[in-house]
Design a protein around this ligand. Structure first.
Ligand code: SAH
Ligand code: SF4
Ligand code: F3S
Length: 440
């Protein structure tokens, strides 16, 4: 590669989960610290970071078309860094397949971007997919301006090894960040404007500190930050829903009544083949315990249809589970074989047409469930955290405590917590009327 001038502007494009969004923000802060400015909207950046996701085949393939699209008419391209889970999984292969890429950096190594950029300027390409003992969190710069709802990664990696999933390979073993570091970062986020913090981890409810304290202790500590109004956490594993964390849904007012607890499938045979280590029944018992302390909790989940060997009868058990639970929202996916995972070579791969048809039926059931949940919310009074302006004059958009999108017309500002009554429900959002004038 030829030497290039130092980049003056950057753009970070994040795909995949919220942890990637968090990493993307941290990379942006790191680049800003190097004196590189965010590229203005609509203008080409000198440095583009593609912060990628490897969870399903389509997500991973997208990277190469995105790289291709960065090429300019004269055949040149900006400096390109591929970060995230595709970087971790494919490493050197990206360098071979995409000569215009000068940096490949994994999710645990991106704090080394400044050095990699310095090398790239001099024409040296570099791959860094280390998982160093001294973590990125120890060296990243302080948090800056954030929106009213901010993410905070508390736990990374996964030791569960579900047979379909790449995360244990791309993000490495489970690590929990230290309690005090997290409280400090939360305080910085609040100082920078956050009213709500969502604690993130691939298995966020497996978070434990050095003293063995569980996530509820962290939630309690953050609840003591006066200007922080709301706390959420995602994603949780059914087997790590402890008594203490469930009790926090009763005892900590700032902990929002929402739980994302993926089940993946309704058939115990499929769950076993997935290595989920819970049954449909044990999952339902966890939900019962949470509902016992917080009857209004909104439930959410993830589903995979067409896991190898899934029969029509087994799929029907997934639909039955959905109808029993009454989810407020959900994500559902067609099974995607991932290289290196045990399920990719299992017998009984389900034909694409069957998966399509099952996904449609599942989504119809999930949509009906979501609409029913929203309709049941009409008439409730609650707060809305205002996140942005709506399309109509004087309209604002925000989230209810149950993570529903809510719109209303009236006096407000971004970051306000506004008292409203929910008046009308659609499948994806609700409208509300103001109960009192805005307070800052
Ligand atoms: N740690 C979380 C989420 C991991 S990834 C959990 O355990 O639930 C987010 C979701 O992607 C998963 O819950 C699963 O539904 C889906 N997913 C993961 N691997 C997949 C694959 N190979 N094909 C289709 N969906 C997959
Ligand atoms: Fe993947 Fe399973 Fe770990 Fe979730 S718990 S990240 S689905 S291996
Ligand atoms: Fe994707 Fe990696 Fe997140 S594979 S879902 S970006 S952990």
């Amino acid at each position: 590669m030829r030497p290039t001038p130092p980049p003056r502007t950057y753009r970070v494009k994040s795909f995949g989960c919220q942890m990637n969004v968090y990493d993307g923000e941290r990379m942006a802060e790191l680049l800003a610290d190097q004196g590189i400015a965010p590229a203005p909207e609509g203008e080409e950046a000198d440095l583009v970071v593609l912060n990628t996701c490897h969870i399903r085949e389509k997500a991973a393939e997208k990277v190469y078309s995105d790289i291709g699209r960065l090429r300019r008419e004269d055949g040149t391209a900006p400096l390109i860094a591929v970060a995230g889970c595709v970087a971790q999984a494919e490493g050197e292969e990206i360098m071979t397949r995409a000569p215009s890429v000068s940096m490949v950096v994994g999710p645990q190594a991106y704090h080394r971007l400044p050095q990699m950029i310095a090398d790239a300027i001099e024409g040296r390409r570099a791959v860094d997919t280390d998982m160093p003992a001294r973590t990125k969190f120890d060296v990243l710069p302080a948090r800056r301006k954030v929106g009213p709802s901010a993410f905070l990664t508390v736990q990374e990696g996964c030791d569960k090894f579900c047979t379909y999933c790449v995360v244990p390979y791309t993000r490495g073993a489970e690590i929990s960040r230290p309690f005090n570091d997290l409280v400090i970062e939360a305080e910085k986020l609040v100082d920078a404007g956050a009213r709500e913090i969502t604690l993130l981890g691939q298995n966020v409810n497996a978070w434990r500190d050095e003293a063995g304290r569980g996530l509820e202790k962290l939630v309690e500590a953050l609840a003591a930050i006066p200007a922080l109004a709301r706390i959420r956490y995602t994603t949780s594993h059914p087997n790590d829903m402890t008594e203490g964390l469930i009790a926090a849904h009763r005892d900590v007012e700032k902990l929002m009544p929402f739980l994302h607890l993926p089940v993946q499938a309704g058939s115990d045979r499929v769950l076993k083949a997935m290595n989920r280590s819970h049954t449909a029944e044990s999952y339902m018992r966890v939900l019962d315990r949470v509902r016992a302390v917080r009857p209004d909790i909104a439930l959410s989940g993830d589903f995979i249809v067409g896991f190898p060997g899934e029969t029509e009868a087994e799929f029907a058990e997934t639909i039955k589970l959905v109808e029993t639970v009454g989810y407020a929202q959900c994500f559902s996916f067609k099974y995607s074989p991932r290289p290196g995972t045990p399920a990719a070579t299992m017998d009984g791969q389900v034909p694409a047409a069957v998966m399509d048809e099952r996904l449609q039926r599942l989504q119809a059931a999930l949509n009906a469930s979501q609409l029913a949940f929203n309709r049941a919310s009409v008439g409730k009074r609650c707060t809305v955290l205002v996140e942005r302006r709506g399309k109509l004059d004087g309209q604002w958009l925000g989230k209810s405590p149950w993570l529903q999108s809510v719109h209303f017309i009236g006096e407000a500002a971004i970051g306000d917590l506004i008292e409203v009554e929910l008046v009308e429900a659609g499948p994806n959002s609700l409208s509300a009327r103001l109960l009192q004038p805005a307070h800052a």
